[in-house]
Every structure is written in C-alpha cells, then in structure tokens.
Design a protein. Structure first.
Length: 220
C-alpha cells in the first residue's frame, strides 16, 4: 500500500502528519503551522492547550528525520501572528534555528505572519517555484500553473445517519494541491465549502491518509 500519487507529472507522497513529501527533490512541504497560536489567544484570556507549538515542532522534526528531507518549504501562516517569533520559548527558538541552518528552509509568507519568521533564519519569499510547481500561501484560481498552497485548512466532512466525521485532507484538482493545516488545534474548512471549491478551480478530490492507504473522495 502507498500514499503516493501523481501531481503535475511528479510523484509525491501525502504523509499522515499532514506534510507532503517530494522524493525527487528531497523536499518536504507543510502549511499553516500557526506556531504560538495558544500564546496569542492566552493574551485575550482564551485558553488553548499550551503545548501546541512544541507538539507541532516535534511532529515536524520527526517528519524531516523520517523522510531525510534536505529542503523544507513552509507554505505560509507559519506563525499565528507577526509577533509570534518573539513569544517562542528559548528552547523552541534554538530548535527552529538549528533546523533553518541545517536545511534549505523556505518561509512562504502568509496573511497571518508576513515576513515575521525571517528572524529565525532560512529564506523568506512571497512565492516560490521548484520545477513545474508554483508555491504560494493562498491558491490563485486564475493561474493555471500547477500550484501548492495552504491557507484553507481543508478537511473532509462526512455526514451519515446522524453521525458527523471530519478528517483533514489534501484538496486535489488538476492544477491545485492545497495542503491541510499542519499545526495542532488549527481547525479546518470543509472541502465542499464554496470558497475552497472556487480556489481549486475545477473538479476536486479529497485525499485522506488512512494508515498506509490513500483514500480518494470525489467532491462536487
């Protein structure tokens, strides 16, 4: 069994953690880490699990070690707000900076964090490109170039006999591949939502990792 599939003529693999692995380019993609979301809301008096950043980073380190990635691309909203890097613990800051030094690390800017992550090392850019793929935070439906993005936190919602099941998913169309949110406690948007459907610019499939299988659910 495999969670690999073809996109824009390239073989990629959807990982259970929510990352996308491109073996031919030794590149790992993640979207919407939302580091320091809990500390952002704590200042407003809203309590979220305080270890979300630590848990997200631990999962990211494990994905890098498992795949042997040499390049890591963060597809925007890596922090929940522009001041997020200032609220990192010293230990987490050191761990992140060790990773940005040891990998070819790209921060694609998002609507939450802009260029805030620049202080941690790595390269910061509004858009990137590797081979045939354009890398953005938010999909551009008007651009037919094959594209990886995040922003929408796609999830598949199934309602059956009074039951409601939601699983994060990769939203896949002919020219768009929208990654699920990688960060802990980030929520999600139903892939059938009109906003997400418009972003996909065509018939779409929800890709759900189930163990060593990749399940495909046509949408619309």
């Amino acid at each position: 069994m495999s969670t690999g599939f073809s996109f824009a003529g390239e073989q990629v693999e959807a990982l259970a953690c929510g990352a996308l692995w491109w073996p031919a380019e030794a590149t790992l993609f993640v979207a919407d880490l939302h580091f320091e979301k809990a500390s952002h809301f704590a200042r407003k008096g809203w309590l979220l699990p305080p270890h979300a950043t630590v848990d997200t980073l631990a999962n990211l380190i494990a994905a890098v070690e498992t795949t042997g990635a040499q390049r890591l691309v963060c597809l925007g909203d890596s922090f929940h707000d522009e001041a997020g890097p200032d609220r990192l613990s010293d230990e987490t800051r050191r761990a992140l900076m060790t990773m940005t030094r040891s990998l070819d690390w790209w921060w694609i800017t998002g609507n939450h964090d802009e260029d805030a992550a620049a202080v941690l090392g790595g390269r910061v850019m509004e858009e990137g490109r590797i081979g045939p793929l354009v890398l953005r935070h938010e999909a551009n439906p008007a651009d037919a170039t094959p594209e990886l993005s995040g922003h929408f936190h796609p999830k598949l919602v199934i309602r059956h006999r009074g039951r409601h099941i939601a699983r994060r998913c990769f939203a896949h169309s002919a020219t768009k591949l929208i990654l699920p949110a990688y960060g802990a406690f980030t929520g999600g948007l139903d892939i059938a939502d009109p906003a997400l459907q418009a972003a996909l610019a065509g018939p779409a499939t929800a890709l759900v990792v189930d163990g060593e299988r990749l399940l495909r659910f046509p949408v619309g």
